[in-house]
Design a binder for this molecule. Structure first.
Ligand SMILES: CCCCCCCCCC/C=C\CCCCCCCC(=O)SCCNC(=O)CCNC(=O)[C@H](O)C(C)(C)COP(=O)(O)OP(=O)(O)OC[C@H]1O[C@@H](n2cnc3c(N)ncnc32)[C@H](O)[C@@H]1OP(=O)(O)O
Ligand SMILES: Cc1cc2nc3c(=O)[nH]c(=O)nc-3n(C[C@H](O)[C@H](O)[C@H](O)COP(=O)(O)OP(=O)(O)OC[C@H]3O[C@@H](n4cnc5c(N)ncnc54)[C@H](O)[C@@H]3O)c2cc1C
Length: 672
């Protein structure tokens, strides 16, 4: 009788325990740093316990893995409503609620209600409008979404075709979708969940267009959720990932809404049809900026959960031989495996510090904006556009590398990595497609560079553009200098300066050769994106270095973070060595030293790798991975996961009777 069972051992896999025993630092201390202090860690743990003591959350994993699209959506609606009810029951603060959403991560069907609808009302509505709709939205008496993108246009907001025409007779706006390409297409939670939508439409008064403005439109009856007259709405179909969310389409046919349903914080239409604006023309773009900032934090969560799965699995998976006399090693021993996974580990900490710094800047600027001071808006728009693109691009790419590093098992849904990659992939597209957002940053950098050239003193993230490049000497003079974080940061800064300088001069040269500006820009788009990427890389390295320098922590924690920071910076230089050489930020000698350092740091990180991912402290249900579970019993959990597979429900699958049996009978009867 076989002894193979699918029960999960109670003890931690000894291979993983061995890793934990040899950590050089206190994991709990680092966890507190990551979550912002001991109280916050405790609170998060309490919330996790409360949520996950409900068996629904375990069952939900099965529906997610094996349910149909419709079942998954339904379970996710249930999950959303459960969380909403718990919020009310326990009177969670906004911060506690955000923590719960982090714990439950990406796949709430009603996600847009809290990620965009409520923040948009907060940013775009007047106080009066807030007291009505924000209150209703926060109490879930209305469920809404943010409907901006259309079938024909997502990026180019000036191209949006949905119209809101003011009718002064009735004091209403008439909402219309004039063409096929004008239909709203993509908004999350629109297809089936929302009864209201914040529709971004071109305002028209007396035949004149006044740009894009937000209008609150009721879509479904509050009694029976039936679609209201003049509204056509539905789901846009299955996607690569995120299938619990009903991204939808919306067609409006002469739908009339009261004048007061235009959110009028930034611009007003008076009853007699007069248009007045307040603040800069891009004030209505405020919600997008918030989400761009949040995407940087999501990118941290994505890459850190990927690294957790990859490293824990690599510490329990044994394969092949290193020492012919010894047993098969953990795959984590292979330098190539470390080379695949440790960049994701270092990136996690880099993005933690970068997203923290960006969030702080956003909060400061938002407070200023609330007071009517918009001076930090351009800098923040460009910083958030660049970092949103950089963090999403790098995290998604890195998690896919980690998935590959887990061999065959990484390809199973039960590994959690494929789902993570597919769920995270849209970060590259949403809230501004990455290339387009990099170009927003590039445009800003070019202007600032031109300012510096004409003697302006720059401040903020681009202040280094006023440096004198003639004074640059590569600060790495010896192999030991390579470990100097400030020196590494200077190298990034100079690479960025030179990349910006080169493209700025090229654009200027092209324009001076009588090329129209738009032709000159398009001819240099690739280099403009390169410049934006170089600048973003510099900012991330700088935030990491400054973040570690400012930490108040024990010596072992600081030491391990400095090692990671050094590896992150050295790895980037080695990976993009062509750019660093071309810009003469490093010479061949320095590059060789930095590459040596990059590889030797793999060995230094190795003993702490498991502890460094343990510090992220992800709950097993949040990670949703048989390979990355805290106890390291990956094989048992993989086998256990097959129990829930509907394919294994019957010993003989119905398709046998329907197709295979008759086919076999036919084959057996055949004379050929
Ligand atoms: C264990 C844990 C596991 C965790 C797993 C987590 C998994 C997470 C997965 C998450 C996946 C997905 C996330 C889900 C959330 C989805 C929400 C998505 C919602 C949306 O996508 S909403 C739609 C967003 N749409 C956009 O972003 C459109 C992008 N386009 C634009 O923003 C603009 O069109 C533009 C490209 C910026 C151009 O604007 P415009 O045409 O108006 O340009 P102009 O040339 O007239 O003006 C440019 C001028 O304006 C300045 N400017 C532009 N934008 C702003 C701004 N926001 N603020 C301030 N200033 C702005 C610009 O700088 C120019 O200034 P200048 O003239 O140069 O001085
Ligand atoms: C999962 C998901 C959820 C979403 N949720 C919402 C939502 O809730 N609400 C909402 O309103 N929208 C939502 N969207 C839409 C999303 O915001 C848009 O898809 C996004 O802004 C990109 O726009 P696009 O699709 O028009 O891309 P396009 O602009 O068509 O991009 C296609 C290509 O064209 C290039 N390109 C376009 N313009 C330029 C340019 N000026 N310069 C150089 N290259 C250019 C891009 O780089 C890209 O390579 C969602 C999308 C997804 C995938």
């Amino acid at each position: 009788m076989s002894e193979i069972t699918s029960s999960i051992p109670l003890q931690i896999n000894p291979d993983l325990q061995e890793e934990r025993d040899k950590a050089s630092f206190n994991v709990t201390e680092l966890t507190h740093i990551i979550y912002g202090g001991i109280e916050k860690t405790k609170k998060r743990k309490r919330l996790e316990k409360l949520l996950f003591s409900d068996p629904f959350f375990q069952e939900y994993q099965n529906v997610r893995a094996f349910g149909s699209r419709s079942e998954y959506y339904a379970a996710s609606v249930k999950k959303s409503t459960k969380i909403f009810k718990l919020r009310r029951q326990h009177k969670w603060t906004d911060e506690e609620y955000e923590t719960v959403l982090d714990i439950c991560h990406d796949d709430l069907a009603l996600t847009l209600h809290h990620t965009m609808f409520i923040p948009a009302l907060e940013r775009l509505a007047t106080e009066d409008q807030k007291s009505k709709w924000l209150t209703l939205a926060k109490q879930y008496k209305i469920i809404g979404t943010y409907a901006q993108t259309e079938l024909g246009h997502g990026t180019y907001l000036q191209g949006l075709e949905t119209t809101a025409t003011y009718d002064p007779q009735t004091r209403e706006f008439v909402m219309n979708t004039p063409t096929l390409s004008a239909m709203k297409w993509w908004p999350g939670s629109l297809g089936k969940s929302s009864n209201h939508a914040l529709v971004l439409a071109t305002l028209i008064i007396s035949g004149k267009k006044y740009g894009m403005h937000p209008f609150l439109v009721q879509l479904r009856s509050m009694d029976d959720h039936k679609v209201l007259p003049g509204v056509r709405v539905g789901d846009i179909g299955a996607k690569m990932g995120g299938n619990s969310v009903d991204n939808g389409y919306l067609i409006l046919d002469n739908v009339r809404i009261p004048r007061n349903n235009m959110l009028m914080k930034n611009a007003q239409v008076s009853p007699d049809g007069k248009f007045v604006t307040r603040g800069p023309s891009k004030a209505n773009y405020a919600t997008m900026m918030l989400i761009r900032v949040q995407i940087c934090t999501m990118a941290y969560q994505v890459v850190s959960s990927g690294a957790t799965i990859g490293i824990r699995y690599s510490a329990v998976r044994r394969q092949s031989k290193l020492d012919p006399q010894d047993r098969e090693p953990k795959i984590l021993e292979y330098q190539t495996q470390q080379y695949k996974i440790f960049p994701g580990l270092a990136m996690s900490y880099a993005f933690l510090f970068a997203s923290r710094s960006l969030t702080r800047k956003y909060e400061e600027a938002f407070a200023e904006i609330q007071r009517g001071d918009f001076k930090s808006l351009p800098e923040l728009h460009c910083l958030s556009s660049g970092l949103k693109s950089f963090c999403s691009e790098h995290s998604v790419r890195q998690v896919e590398i980690i998935r590959q590093s887990c061999g065959g098992h990484g390809y199973l849904n039960a590994a959690g990595l494929g789902m993570l990659v597919n769920a995270a992939a849209p970060m590259i597209t949403v809230e501004g497609e990455n290339t387009v957002m990099y170009l927003q940053l590039a445009r800003y950098i070019l202007k600032r560079f031109a300012g510096a050239m004409s003697g302006q003193q720059l401040d903020g993230s681009t202040s280094y553009l006023s440096m004198d490049p003639a004074t640059y000497v590569c600060p790495v003079m010896s192999e030991t200098d390579c470990r100097n974080l400030t020196a590494l940061c200077d190298i990034y800064r100079y690479r960025s300066y030179m990349t910006v300088c080169r493209v700025a001069r090229q654009v200027q040269h092209d324009m001076e050769s009588d090329m129209p500006q738009h032709v000159a820009i398009n001819k240099n788009l690739v280099d403009l994106v390169r410049a934006a990427k170089a600048h973003s890389y510099y900012i991330v390295v700088k935030d990491f270095v400054e973040g570690v320098d400012a930490l108040v922590a024990s010596a072992p924690v600081i030491k391990v973070l400095r090692t990671l920071c050094c590896f992150y910076a050295a790895h980037g230089i080695a990976e993009y060595s062509g750019d660093f050489l071309e810009s003469e930020a490093v010479g061949l000698h320095q590059l060789k030293w930095i590459k040596n350092l990059q590889v030797s740091l793999l060995g230094e990180i190795r003993p702490d790798a498991v502890a460094l991912v343990d510090a992220f402290d992800y709950h097993d249900i949040t990670l949703s991975s048989a390979l990355g579970c805290y106890d390291g019993n990956a094989y048992e959990r993989l086998f256990k996961s097959t129990e829930n597979d509907p394919m294994n429900k019957e010993e003989v699958h119905p398709s046998y009777y329907q197709y295979l049996k008759p086919f076999m009978e036919e084959m057996n009867k055949s004379k050929l």
